[in-house]
Design a protein around this ligand. Structure first.
Ligand code: LRH
Ligand code: MN
Length: 424
């Protein structure tokens, strides 16, 4: 489904006056409005191809209808998101859930929707029909060389798909680990995994990156072989300069200080990218900024400071991706809200008085440090993010226009109620 240009213009014209008032009111109070709006317009967040349908848990799944039935329809849905916010100009594919049948057609379609292919994702956490070796006891850590070999070959296959599509990075998340004490020789599991990743690393094209995604628990509940940032960094350092860590916000133990982890990985030049989402307990894959918006802001505060310290371009310096699952919200509305929350956290981080903050830190003026940070966090930057959309010919209120145009109803009309998208 495509949104017509006039439909966005009509929507914006109705909201233009109140937007202009709010934007001018905010702009007169902050430094560098123009620079911030330009940075927001450049900032693109990749949408996961596996999060366009309704997710679920082992206790149940409640489909909302009109889900995409193919990679082409998934790209259509992401194209629609991008029309609404002009900040979703990339798709992250998961193989084998989204194997492109005809590469040329898929590339033409991506160009039509203004989408580029972000990181490719391999899958050695499920057994596919007809698969020779089972991943029940792991993939790259497995005691059986034949299983490890199968996992390596799959990742090399995924790289091939990515090269054909124009992607330039591979995300490897391994569900490998153990569920009970005594089950695993941790050192052998690490060494097997490193040896396997080294074979994948050797197959990377010159300009590619590999992101090693860590996770504290699930589906293994005693140990994960890439269980935290330290283990991921160990692998990335041992693999080489094209290997980086990937931070999925939901993959930490409760109360972990993710912003500190981010600042140190960035300082080490080993932070590759993000899977943005939010969580209250485990890997809940909730809407970004829906539970801990202050944490998301603090993470972007470290990102902006750390990237500026290294002279990195914000938009292209790291992999910006969402990784979410939608149990009760419309998948597309949920993704629109996540993009909005990420853009707001970035805008607030750009507002931080960095000189003042360093000055206060050098005087141990703890109160002033908090005042400076929370002044930025408590600034309603929505008019800035909306202005960036307006200038990019997107909608001033993406979720509002999505509903006004009854997009979900039309998708149900086109695809039916019972369709199920591949993915989580
Ligand atoms: C694992 C994970 C990983 C994806 C999967 C869909 O929890 O975050 O990034 O492969 O979700
Ligand atoms: Mn993830």
């Amino acid at each position: 489904m495509k949104i017509e240009r006039y439909q966005i213009e009509e929507h914006n014209s109705k909201l233009a006056q109140s937007h202009q008032r709010k934007f001018e009111f905010l702009a007169q109070d902050i430094q560098g409005t123009e620079d911030i709006v330009q940075k927001l317009m450049k900032f693109q967040i990749a949408i996961p191809s596996w999060a366009l349908g309704t997710g679920g848990t082992r206790f149940g799944r409640f489909s909302g209808g009109g889900e995409p039935r193919s990679l082409e329809e998934k790209m259509g849905d992401i194209g629609l998101l991008h029309q609404l916010n002009q900040s979703s100009g990339a798709i992250s594919l998961h193989i084998p859930w989204d194997i492109p049948e005809n590469i040329q057609d898929i590339k033409v379609l991506a160009a039509q929707y203004g989408l580029r292919f972000d990181a490719m994702n391999s899958n050695t956490f499920q057994d596919q029909p007809g698969q020779d070796q089972s991943y029940k006891f792991g993939s790259m850590q497995h005691i059986d060389k034949a299983v490890r070999k199968q996992a390596v070959e799959h990742n090399i296959e995924v790289i091939k798909h990515g090269v054909a599509l124009g992607s330039d990075s591979l995300t490897v998340w391994l569900s490998d680990g153990s569920c009970f004490p005594g089950q695993l020789n941790f050192r052998r599991a690490f060494e097997n995994t490193l040896e396997s990743l080294q074979e994948v690393y050797a197959a990377l094209p010159e300009d590619w990156k590999i992101f090693v995604e860590y996770k504290a628990f699930e589906p293994n509940f005693y140990s994960m072989t890439v269980g935290d940032w330290g283990q991921s960094l160990l692998f990335a350092n041992k693999l080489g300069p094209k290997a980086y860590t990937l931070v999925d916000l939901g993959h930490h133990l409760p109360n972990a200080n993710i912003e500190q982890i981010v600042s140190l990985l960035l300082m080490e030049g080993k932070l590759g990218g993000f899977h943005f989402n939010d969580s209250k307990y485990g890997d809940d894959d909730l809407t970004a900024g829906s539970v801990k918006p202050y944490q998301l802001f603090l993470i972007f505060n470290e990102l902006v400071a750390g990237m500026d310290a290294k002279g990195m371009d914000h938009a292209s310096g790291l992999g910006w991706m969402i990784d979410a699952s939608h149990n009760v919200k419309d998948p597309l509305e949920d993704l629109l809200q996540s993009v909005e929350a990420i853009m707001m956290a970035y805008a607030q981080a750009l507002l931080v008085d960095k000189m003042g903050l360093e000055e206060a830190r050098m005087q141990n003026d703890v109160v002033r440090c908090q005042e400076i940070l929370q002044n930025a966090f408590r600034t309603d930057v929505r008019p800035l993010v909306a202005e960036a959309r307006l200038r990019a010919n997107a909608a001033l209120n993406p979720v509002g226009l999505f509903r006004e145009l009854q997009v979900r109803e039309k998708l149900i009309g086109e695809r039916g109620f019972k369709t199920v998208a591949t993915g989580l």
